[in-house]
Design a protein around this ligand. Structure first.
Ligand code: BGC
Length: 437
């Protein structure tokens, strides 16, 4: 593995609902994911995040795992319903106390706390009022950002407003396989605009409370056009606009691209200036490229997604394509030029069916190969002069993978859910050695 510059940020990522458990403890209110997971038929194995990895009670053990890994940063998310149980009103001190303990534990171990404010767990009362389809949710989000930064702004080293607003809009509001389970297809656009508006308002709120840098974490997937008709080209462009540009062009001052579903009536005067508040870092979450071709006659979508041949696959059946990460970093640079802030890869990882062997060891060579390829892709992009300053593995722990429940394992550390026993996998040792070097 080639050398990385000193100061390059190596980290791992998690999110609140996927690991914390303790969903009714210390005044936490219900989120849309509590509601959704408890509805019959929503989660493949019928599980919920009620207990997840019990991180709420085991955060000291998990911080020790981070320290053993030697990472310089840990990206976690703060559960909005712990801070504001109903999504409005004063801060719930007991909820913030938890993050206070976590942050202090990280700092004592020499690890930079990187906090995401919204990783999809909207307080249920806000959803009852319309969720992200409702403009007022953006203002509520900024209020929550203010309360959180008032308490933690002196110690969190990087703030991330939203995690993957594209995925939240499409799966949560577009097709309904994620909470809140709405299937509005292209009528989901207000959930895009109001998340971005909330981001912009939150950036301003954070700036008032902290000198730490501020970011957003977007999901990107380079588009591989399948077929070469004009219709295939138009389909690939439409998908690219939706996935890769809708949540980035306006942030970087370009306004919205011509994307399917875009409804100008939702955008008010002055909004685009709020959205384009300067950010210090662009978080890039990358898992795989997407194959796209023209849709069949009569399809409700202007594109069709098709599996890409010729790649190894993860347990999610996602293609393993490190070249896609390099391509996407180049594309961002090409698209935005000097407007592009430094990039940190805030999620990169894979699911495999890891299980302990007879000796209790968990060997995961496929994950090592995956990470090795993706880290090299980052290095190559940097060698070309692209501004990448960090790389976070998704995830520290096996955890509750949304609609897939406990069936997908992404961790460097195996979790036996009935006993909550943590077992570092061979990828944990591999990543530790890489970070050490
Ligand atoms: C999300 C994570 C999720 C991961 C793997 C990302 O889209 O931010 O919460 O676990 O992908 O699916």
């Amino acid at each position: 593995m080639p050398d990385f510059p000193a100061g390059f940020r190596w980290g791992v990522s998690t999110s609140a609902y996927q690991i914390e458990g303790a969903t009714t403890v210390d005044g936490r209110g219900p989120s849309i994911w509590d509601t959704f997971a408890h509805e019959a038929g929503r989660i493949v194995d019928g599980s919920t995040g009620d207990q997840a990895c019990d991180h709420y009670h085991r955060h000291a053990e998990d911080t020790a795992l981070l320290a053993g890994l030697g990472v310089s940063a840990y990206r976690f998310s703060i559960a909005w319903p712990r801070v504001q149980p109903t999504g409005a009103g004063p801060a719930n001190t007991a909820g913030l106390d938890f993050y206070d303990r976590l942050v202090d534990g990280l700092l004592a171990a020499g690890i930079d706390p990187v906090a995401t404010l919204f990783h999809w767990d909207l307080p249920q009362p806000l959803e009852d009022a319309g969720g992200w389809l409702h403009r007022d949710t953006a203002a509520r989000f900024a209020e929550y950002a203010d309360l959180t930064a008032t308490r933690l702004g002196d110690r969190v080293k990087l703030w991330i407003t939203l995690n993957e607003p594209f995925i939240h809009m499409t799966l949560g509001y577009g097709i309904g396989t994620h909470a809140p389970g709405r299937a509005l297809l292209f009528d989901a656009f207000p959930a895009a605009h109001h998340q971005l508006l909330g981001h912009g308002l939150a950036v301003a709120a954070l700036r008032a409370r902290t000198a730490s840098p501020v970011a957003i974490a977007n999901n990107y997937s380079p588009v591989r056009q399948v077929g070469d008709t004009d219709a295939d080209r138009a389909a690939a462009q439409a998908y690219d606009a939706l996935h890769n540009r809708l949540f980035t062009d306006p942030l970087l001052g370009r306004g919205y691209p011509d994307a399917p579903g875009l409804d100008p009536a939702v955008i008010r005067d002055g909004d685009l200036d709020v959205l384009a508040a300067p950010i210090d870092v662009l978080g890039v979450n990358y898992y795989n490229p997407t194959g796209v071709r023209a849709p069949e006659e009569g399809s409700p979508l202007p594109f069709e997604m098709v599996p890409l041949d010729g790649y190894p696959r993860t347990a999610f059946n996602w293609p393993v394509a490190p070249d896609g990460l390099r391509e996407l970093l180049r594309q961002l640079h090409h698209r935005y030029g000097d407007a592009l802030p430094p990039i940190q890869v805030t999620e990169s990882g894979c699911a495999y069916d890891d299980a302990p062997d007879a000796q209790g060891r968990v060997d995961d060579p496929d994950r090592i190969a995956y990470l090795d390829g993706h880290v090299r892709a980052v290095h190559e992009a940097m060698a070309e002069g692209l501004p990448v300053t960090g790389y976070f593995v998704w995830s520290l722990l096996d955890n509750w993978e949304w609609a897939e429940g406990f069936t997908k394992r992404f961790g460097l550390v195996h979790v036996d859910y009935p006993t909550q026993r943590r077992t570092p996998k061979s990828s944990y040792a591999w990543f530790r050695d890489l970070v050490r070097r």
